[in-house]
Ligand binder design. Structure first.
Ligand SMILES: [Fe+2]
Length: 412
């Protein structure tokens, strides 16, 4: 019975994603509520894809560890003696203790020579090899090399550490390689996290990703914060890509003129030190990205935003919103004052999103919830649907031939 319900939901999702953008509608509510559908997403999208779990800068030295729980797996990101990054299981292979049990008060970040299991003092190297285990000499057939920590396939792209649980995802160079040239001026791999905020989110992961990627809602949720300089009607989306969505959020002509005038006067623009080497277009817009399924990042003329998401179930996820800047920006004279001002601004617009996301999740449970029609400005939502439907079916979205809209609009 439950299986039939999930199958029916998959059919509705596929039907929803199959129509042209001009006839696009929101997903059926069950796609955000059903525990069974979430389990299917976990298997087909999350475990089979790349999930961004860390920055290499969070484990910059040999012996640095970052503990995190992803898809119910207790993991630790480590840096070994050879300088390599690993994503290891925290479960001791002896009696299956979580060696860095966060609920027992272990810190997420630590620095150690070895990983030690506090239960029976087995210890492990930072690459996962079993290093020592007391009093095991009488265990028949026991060989230390047979008992390393489990390791999840991981790769690094531009300073971000990703995991692929089931080992089937294409290499990251194939997944994000098309973005390398575009993003090169930001030098992601050298950027440092300077603001980090934690959010316990009582909503489905797709509510978050859809909210992240569409800017139609600037007119409502962000009408006093983002809308005056980046109205949703100016935003546009790049053609479909199998592995990510890329949208542009141009500033208004008025705000662009203010930037130009400030430059002529020699005034320092608001915010952090500008990224060196970006194009003049990139100084006048935000670049919004989601790497499927939920690697969310945003390029700004002076910084990078990154949302680290941990899905916890159909109606729950944990989110860390982070701001990264260049090392040059961190040593600039006005850095400390800018940081404090930016924290306040960021919190304001994050809260605006969290409020609407919680309210969407509540509304989805109503008997009056409908599959509402989408604006052309919600093209990213439709592209996310197409990815979801393709992955549930074991494939990837193909570059769709688009309808009458799209491309950059003249900022006004
Ligand atoms: Fe928003």
């Amino acid at each position: 019975m439950v299986f039939d319900e999930i199958s029916a939901l998959c059919v509705r999702v596929a039907e929803t994603a199959s129509v042209p953008l001009a006839r696009a509608r929101s997903l059926p509510a069950g796609a955000y509520l059903s525990a069974g559908f979430y389990e299917l997403e976990e298997q087909k999208l999350f475990r089979a894809g790349w999930l961004c779990v860390a920055r290499v800068s969070e484990v910059s030295q040999t012996g640095d560890c970052l503990a995190l729980d992803m898809l119910g797996e207790p993991l630790v990101v480590t840096r070994d003696a050879a300088g390599n990054v690993h994503v290891l299981s925290r479960v001791c292979p002896h009696r299956n203790l979580d060696m860095i049990a966060l609920e027992n008060g272990f810190p997420r970040r630590l620095h150690a020579a070895h990983l030690v299991c506090a239960y029976h003092s087995w210890s492990f190297e930072m690459d996962g090899k079993l290093r020592s285990c007391p009093h095991m000499q009488q265990a028949e057939g026991f060989a230390k090399q047979d008992w390393p920590l489990g390791e999840v396939r991981s790769e690094i792209w531009n300073g971000f550490v990703f995991v692929n649980f089931d080992g089937t995802a294409p290499p990251l160079v194939e997944v994000y390689g098309d973005l390398d040239e575009l993003l090169a001026p930001w030098r992601f791999e050298e950027m440092q996290i300077v603001i980090s905020m934690d959010w316990d989110c009582a909503f489905n992961w797709k509510v978050m990703v859809e909210n992240w990627m569409e800017s139609y809602h600037h007119i409502g949720a962000h009408r006093t914060t983002l809308n005056p300089i980046m109205p949703g009607q100016n935003t546009w989306t790049e053609p479909e890509h199998p592995f990510y969505v890329h949208a542009h959020l141009p500033f208004t002509a008025k705000f662009c003129a203010e930037i130009d005038a400030a430059k002529v006067r020699g005034d320092q623009p608001a915010g952090f030190m500008l990224i060196d080497g970006i194009t003049s277009t990139q100084t006048k817009e935000w670049g919004l990205f989601v790497g499927h399924p939920f690697f969310m990042f945003l390029t700004m003329p002076d910084r990078l935003l990154w949302y680290r998401l941990f899905p916890l179930g159909a109606e729950h996820c944990r989110l860390q919103t982070m701001t990264l800047v260049t090392r040059e920006a961190m040593v600039s004279p006005n850095f400390a004052a800018t940081l404090e001002a930016e924290k306040e601004l960021l919190r304001n617009f994050h809260v605006e999103d969290m409020e609407v996301n919680r309210a969407v999740q509540a509304g989805l449970k109503s008997s009056f919830a409908r599959q509402g029609p989408l604006s052309h400005l919600e093209e990213p939502v439709w592209l996310i649907q197409r990815h979801l439907a393709a992955r549930l079916n074991g494939g990837w979205p193909q570059r769709v031939v688009r309808g009458p809209y799209y491309g950059p609009h003249t900022a006004s």
